[in-house]
Design a protein around this ligand. Sequence first.
Ligand code: BES
Ligand code: MN
Ligand code: ZN
Length: 489
Amino acid sequence: MLDIAFAKPELPKSGALVLLIHEDAKPSGLWQQADEATDGAIARAFSVAEFKGGKGKTCAILAPGAGLSRVLAVGLGKEDDVKQTTLEDAGGAIVAALGRETKVAVAADALKSGQAAEVALGAVLRGYRFDRYRTKEKAEDKPKLTGLTVMTANAGKAKSAFEPLQGVAKGVFLTRDLVSEPPNVLNPAEMASRCEKLAALGLTVEVLGPEEMGKLGFGALLGVAQGSVNEARMVVMHWNGGKKSDSKPVVFVGKGVTFDTGGISIKPAGGMEDMKWDMAGAGAVIGLMAALAGRKAKVNAIGLVGLVENMPSGNAQRPGDVVTSYSGQTIEVINTDAEGRLVLADVLWYAQEKYDPKFMVNLATLTGAIIIGLGHEYGGLFSNNDSLSERLSKAGEHTGEKLWRMPLHDNYDKQIKSDIADMKNVGGRPGGSITAAQFIQRFVNKKPWAHLDIAGMAWSSKDSPTIPKGATAFGVRLLDRLVAEHYED
Ligand code: BES
Ligand code: MN
Ligand code: ZN
């Protein structure tokens, strides 16, 4: 993780200087000082580049004089329109542009201390890399940048504002690491042992194996797992940061299919490697729990993840099998590739029964259909509770992890009627994401609940300002924000 230092504004004598500029603002502070020290090089460059500080625009000036290697100006748009995401994106743009620098000072003297911290968060988030398995990368291909100094009038205040943000960033990085890991390394047992390491942050972690889950009657989850030599796990992580020890916990549940071949209803070969990230819902729950602990959130939160590998084998579940879920409801498994809902069925029922939650939010890379509906811009939100849904949508707007509410309605239930069991696990192509949501709703026992279908959001094929391409950790910041805003004592 990039090192972030906060210091009082002072024109650096070497290295790179970053200017954060509001649209149509007049030079002042460090900007003006730098322009004077470079005999007007900055003003001349802005004029040639027609740079006025528009949001998302940048202007780089190489070797401008005064000992500086370069000046990078990053536009913030109009001062009144600056949002948290604007500042984070600016921070991300700095890291994207200055990876070859070793010394970078960011002039945030036109910003408030909290805003300076948000720029730093964006920089940290963009600086993520997963390079564990690269043994031959040349030095010139690796970023040299290891940290930034953010200059702001009240450096102490900015530092205190940054501390909790850094706790959240660590959670995001944990999720990105888990989601990036190859599926031969990150099987259910390995994922569970990574959860156990979170005890160091003050979380209490329980791990259940196939025997314990068998005794409980997790027929739906274990049916998915039975085709793999890699045994299933369920992990329960507790963070007891709430002051009132009697307050009902907030509960998060994640789909953790460490690899989804489709099982006997096998997927086509093209792109199947993507199914290593079919555990991104669980990955987000784990990162979220780390984030809550890392910033010592005043909340009682429980994270549960159902971890399985969906493989075809002589012992795999067949299309046509009927399984009995932990709730007692029976399910005819028409398609073994609709496995996520089977995993969630047992974990959700367990969560509501054992913990009497204030609400449950589950995250899952559940359906390809949600990508057809919403593309890669919004996660799908399904909920039986308008106020929870509203709060989630707002938290999404704020953090840039946007959600779009989708319908639930009994009329969809006819699509998952089975001729021989209580329900079947697929409802045909029409409204595929909705019938999946209707299915899991049967396992929430009418508790306040939301389901986030993040199939289109968990992985990104291109860089964006605060998310390098690859694992996004979608959901961690959103749910951290939901908790921070509404559920802390
Ligand atoms: N993990 C997939 C969903 C998925 C697809 C996530 C593409 C990310 C990208 C899920 O288990 C699945 O296979 N769903 C099926 C359901 C169908 C069989 C009803 C799907 O969406 O095709
Ligand atoms: Mn599947
Ligand atoms: Zn899946």
